[in-house]
Unconditional design. Structure first.
Length: 325
């Protein structure tokens, strides 16, 4: 009922909606309407009430509520069937994993205002302060071989870079394999986790964290030279719901393009956005480190590093530093 009342108020932004009209539309009592109005106010909606005139929505909160996400979302699958919202979660990926095990539909979205145990690549943590960023995970069920799953993170990087550029006008680069950089500093990270058998994927969780409206002091001191936010980069706050909608729409486009046409279109766009290729880099795995020339990325998404002796080192996973002296 609460979402329906909110829809009525949104449809009439410049006029009052009477309690009687709401009751008639939803077949509920005035007391029930008042209770839901109070609940909306507690969630941060500023709603004016006038005797004999009704209610008017004055301001929406900057919160990632499902009703706000769905409004105007043009996807067919992503975020359409099920949205799970919590103010605080340990990790959106963890909850999405649990939902996927329970059989939730593809495109299920888990989103939070804050993560207390956000996860990054290679077992790192992800800094997730309350109400400043986007922290979300999607449940995917692609009919592909498990060997192809690594491509999804590169696909997601292309999608999120496109969405951020569309909403903010910023130029976003991709550092292999899937870190998003603005002005040379990290603004987003992506983590994919899969459950499957040798020849099939049961489900895949695509999680992302984007630094949206952080101030410099919101980052730990050790991250301040390395990370930035969209607000810091473009000089003004970014509406997080609008950005999330753009991310879902862009991801859906590239995801289904990959399933229909293969990885080639995704890889071509990834290379266009890359800030890794054709430069000297330092590449590391858990066991080894190399310095060389980032020559190319192959059809599986592996980095081809030309070493000083001319040999080509292929890295399927790892970390790249662009700060090579």
């Amino acid at each position: 009922m609460k979402e329906e009342i909110l829809k009525l108020l949104k449809k009439n932004p410049d006029t009052y909606v009477s309690s009687g009209e709401i009751c008639q539309n939803l077949l509920v009592t005035r007391a029930a309407v008042w209770k839901q109005i109070q609940s909306l106010r507690e969630e941060g909606y500023i709603i004016e009430a006038r005797p004999r005139r009704g209610y008017r929505l004055l301001q929406r909160p900057d919160r990632l509520y499902p009703a706000e996400i769905r409004e105007g979302l043009s996807t067919l699958v992503m975020g359409q069937k099920k949205i799970i919202y919590f103010p605080t979660l340990v990790s959106t990926n963890d909850l999405a994993w649990s939902e996927a095990q329970g059989g939730c539909p593809e495109g299920t979205l888990v989103v939070a205002e804050e993560q207390t145990g956000g996860k990054g690549r290679l077992g790192r943590s992800w800094h997730s302060p309350y109400g400043q960023g986007l922290f979300f995970s999607l449940v995917l069920r692609p009919l592909v071989n498990p060997q192809e799953v690594a491509r999804v993170t590169m696909l997601a990087a292309v999608a999120l870079a496109s969405a951020i550029g569309e909403v903010t006008g910023l130029t976003v680069g991709i550092k292999w394999p899937n870190d998003l950089l603005v002005d040379g500093k990290k603004v987003s990270g992506i983590l994919a986790e899969m459950q499957g058998d040798q020849d099939r994927v049961n489900f895949l969780i695509m999680g992302a964290g984007i630094n949206v409206n952080h101030q410099l002091e919101d980052f730990p001191e050790e991250l301040q030279p390395l990370a930035t936010s969209l607000k810091l980069a473009c000089g003004q706050p970014v509406v997080r719901v609008k950005l999330l909608q753009a991310c879902l729409e862009a991801f859906e486009h590239w995801y289904f393009l990959w399933l229909e046409q293969g990885f080639a279109p995704v890889l071509a766009r990834w290379k266009e956005l890359s800030v890794t290729l054709n430069r000297a880099v330092r590449a590391s795995t858990l066991k080894e480190t190399w310095e060389g020339w980032a020559q190319d990325v192959d059809g599986d998404g592996a980095l081809l590093l030309r070493l000083p002796n001319g040999a080509i080192q292929k890295l399927a996973t790892g970390e790249v530093s662009l700060r090579v002296k």
